[in-house]
Design a protein around this ligand. Structure first.
Ligand code: F6R
Length: 608
């Protein structure tokens, strides 16, 4: 996580570095810092907390200089205070780092024994000390960085700047992403193309094991042994988007209300609404001959995958193996090249998801990537890219990316079912028709439920714990509801399969425990209502999210009933996502938390 940026420029860089950090703040926002080198002086400004603290500091104490590096941090080693904020300085060497140096403790002991004095709790500081150590031993800047790269293990993207050479920055990548940007008479380095988008769209993505020596005129790319390597330049599609909330109070709210629009773009890519058939794009993987499908992802994207599993198995009769990527990557599960694999990620940079992809690649599986950022590492390493087309998602809690992931997975499941002959043309057309209705229904639902949200949020804000229950595809949705609530309101919440209630969680039910039951009137409805009865019998307070048929079929007392229109089961997960997202959003707003940048989280998780 963390975002890094560097500029070797022809005009002052400090302000532009901060501008680039703003585009990287989604990667972490515990602290930030900028360093420049100017007239033989290397100087820095650092501040704990959000970027505006750093901006304030720079207003009072500006930094001159045409070359600089900057960092926004998501703390791994050491508390997020000013001392631990990057850039780290040691004897004329400045370093910013994204990732984790796994052997930092041994290196720190070794360097301390050799006389180094450490001033921070970070793993990164060993990099600055090592480079400084090799410089003292007589190496050139480049040799010192390469020698350092030979000593450190772990995942890292680094940028190193030198007091003795104000015209050069050296970058290196082993894991987390790093891109070079080509300007006119100036060059850039950044964690992603979006950070560099105001400066240039001409980009080279470094590969793992690449080191880039950047000057104002050019970039030389070498491997860690110093041998030149060649990497393609490309025109990035990342636009210098305006970070704008429109009329909304938070990005999360804006992104919730954008869903009808973005999901219609996403669907339009995979289905042909004029014929109600899936388009060729959705056939990018040979589902017909696949003997199984492996799916892996993290967090909300994993829960989208879990809903996808229900669809692929039910409609396409394709067995799905799914796990969270942090487990998937280490399970050593037997896989065969006759299976296909799908990796789901908004950012396309999640370290565990990427490692799972690489595991499947080694096993010879064909790889599909359902990603929002199509220039991301996961997209670049896949055989087939399935873009989610949600547009930039700024709120840390995923909303529109999730429903677009679901839209894409539903389309792929229909394509798989068609390819495998488990549905006929009429079924395909009927299913696509339901998908086509979704944007309109979502729009209606957003208007319909809005008036209920505030009073519900007031009630929930008084609770310590909340339980979410659902069956079938509503079970992953229950987990998603709980995840959304806990990450932005900090209220403890759990999502359970409704049928599991009596196997443990029922012990928690009392008059203080709200239970949010997600139950469209589907084939599980009666069973879920029985579980609700068990909750009601123990004094639990039920918030019932159902449809018109469901509301008419149940007369249990509830704390609130949210009634959605009756919808086909294939679009129910997307439509029922809306109340779940709004409940979490309004509860967090009511509690006054930082909705868009909740504590301890980051939008892109590039470390294990
Ligand atoms: C929760 C959330 C996270 C992400 C997870 C994976 O609201 O956003 O759980 O879904 O960190 O991130 P990506 O999709 O970028 O791989």
């Amino acid at each position: 996580m963390c975002g890094i940026v560097g500029i070797v420029g022809k005009s002052p860089v400090a302000e532009r570095l901060v501008d680039a950090l703003k585009r990287l703040e989604y990667r972490g926002y515990d602290s930030a810092g900028v360093a420049t080198v100017h007239d033989g002086v290397m100087d820095r400004r650092r501040a704990p907390g959000k970027l505006f603290n750093l901006e304030k500091k720079l207003d009072g104490e500006p930094l001159a200089g045409l070359t600089g590096i900057a960092h926004t941090r998501w703390a791994t080693h050491g508390v997020p205070n000013e001392t631990n904020a990057h850039p780290h300085f040691v004897d004329g060497v400045a370093v910013v780092h994204n990732g984790i140096i796994e052997n930092f403790s041994e290196l720190r002991d070794e360097l301390t024994a050799a006389g180094a004095v450490f001033s921070t709790q970070t793993d990164t500081e060993v990099v600055a000390h090592l480079v400084a150590h090799y410089l003292k031993a007589g190496m050139s800047n480049r040799e010192a960085v390469l020698a350092t790269l030979g000593r450190v293990t772990g995942a890292f993207a680094l940028a190193v700047m030198f007091r003795n050479d104000p015209g050069t920055i050296i970058g290196a990548r082993s894991g987390p992403p790093l891109a070079i940007g080509y300007g006119r008479g100036e060059m850039f380095l950044g964690s992603d193309a979006i950070a560099l988008s105001p400066f240039t769209s001409e980009i080279t993505y470094l590969a793992d094991g690449d080191c880039a020596v950047i000057t104002a005129e050019d970039a030389e790319i070498i491997d860690f042994s110093g041998k030149p390597v060649s990497r393609a330049r490309q025109i990035s599609q990342a636009t210098a988007y305006v970070v704008d909330k429109g009329n909304h109070k938070h990005f999360m709210e804006k992104e919730i209300y954008e869903q009808p629009e973005v999901i219609s773009h996403a669907l339009g890519h995979y289905v042909d609404f004029s014929t109600n058939r899936v388009s060729k794009v959705a056939e990018g993987i040979d589902f017909a001959s696949a003997t199984g499908l492996a799916i892996s992802a993290c967090g909300t994207a994993y829960l989208a995958g879990l809903i996808g599993k229900y669809w692929f198995e039910r409609y396409a009769r394709l067995p799905v193996e799914i796990d969270v990527a942090s487990e998937f990557r280490y399970r050593e599960m037997p896989l065969s090249p006759s299976q296909a694999a799908l990796f789901i990620s908004q950012s396309g940079e999640t370290a565990d998801t990427l490692a799972s992809l690489r595991y499947c690649r080694e096993q010879g599986l064909k790889i599909g990537a359902v990603v929002n950022v199509t220039e991301s590492t996961i997209a670049r390493e896949a055989d087939a890219i399935f873009p989610t087309l949600a547009g930039p998602e700024i709120g840390v809690a995923s909303t529109k990316a999730f429903t677009c992931q679901l839209g894409v997975l539903a389309s792929l499941a229909i394509a798989a079912a068609k390819a495998r002959g488990t549905i006929d043309a009429a079924d395909e057309q009927a299913m696509v028709k339901h998908l086509a209705e979704m944007p309109r229904i979502m729009s209606r639902v957003l208007n319909l439920i809005q008036p209920q949200m505030e009073s519900l949020a007031r009630e929930l804000s008084r609770c310590r714990d909340v339980l979410y229950l659902g069956r079938g595809t509503s079970y992953p949705l229950a987990m998603e509801g709980a995840l959304k609530l806990k990450e932005i309101s900090y209220i403890h919440a759990e999502g359970y399969a409704a049928g599991e209630l009596k196997h443990g969680p029922i012990a928690l039910i009392d008059e203080n425990m709200p239970v949010i039951v997600i139950a469209p009137h589907d084939r599980f409805f009666e069973k879920t209502v029985s579980n609700m009865q068990e909750v009601a019998a123990r004094g639990g307070r039920i918030i019932f999210i159902t449809d018109e048929k469901g509301a008419a079929a149940s007369n249990l007392p509830t704390m609130a009933t949210i009634v959605l229109p009756n919808v086909n089961e294939i679009i129910a997960p997307m439509v029922f996502s809306l109340p779940i997202q709004l409940i979490a959003y309004h509860t967090a707003v009511f509690m006054g938390t930082d909705v868009d940048q909740p504590r301890n989280l980051a939008k892109s998780v590039t470390v294990e």
